[in-house]
Ligand binder design. Sequence first.
Ligand code: AMP
Length: 196
Amino acid sequence: MTRNIILMGPPGAGKGTQSKILEEKYGLKQLSTGDMLRAERAAGSDLGRRVQAIMDAGQLVSDDIIIEMIEKRMADADCAKGVIFDGFPRTIPQAEALDAMLAKRGGRINLVVDLSVDEKILFDRVEKRAAEAAASGQPVRNDDKPEVVTRRIREYKAYTAEVSPYYQKQGLLHKLDGMRPIDEIAAKIDALVART
Ligand code: AMP
């Protein structure tokens, strides 16, 4: 069976960690629209050039671009068992387009998890991630810099406020405390997935 999950949560909430666990257990594929866009930029593609200024200004890339990018990617074989969406959908038109896309393939969104974390703790976590990257000689993500993190938290709040009622109405939204230990959160998500 296919399962499609949306993981919502501010930067540093542990979405990457929980996604890895879900990928391994259920053969799902995590798709982060932010990562996909950054890859396009790094590759210097047409799309990358088109979104560059918008991303740097901290604005949302247009729904059309995002929807087309996700639709193309979902056709790949590694998405056949289902997808964990990260950073998407950020608007109601994106959420509606996603529903339509999945329906065409006989699927739907099975579960939406919102990982909540105190802002103070978020800063510590993101700082730690940046320090670890620097210490191991990896590039520090430009958007892990403190001023950018503040903006990303604000953005996250805005888009969660927009899309979470959409899923709440459908009974799909589950809020979890992202400050609990990794294993405990993973077990809670697992129990929710098992019920889908
Ligand atoms: P993220 O890594 O998810 O914080 O995304 C980084 C940037 O990519 C955002 O600030 C937006 O400019 C753009 N972006 C990522 N996902 C979306 C989306 N679903 N809709 C619109 N813009 C997006």
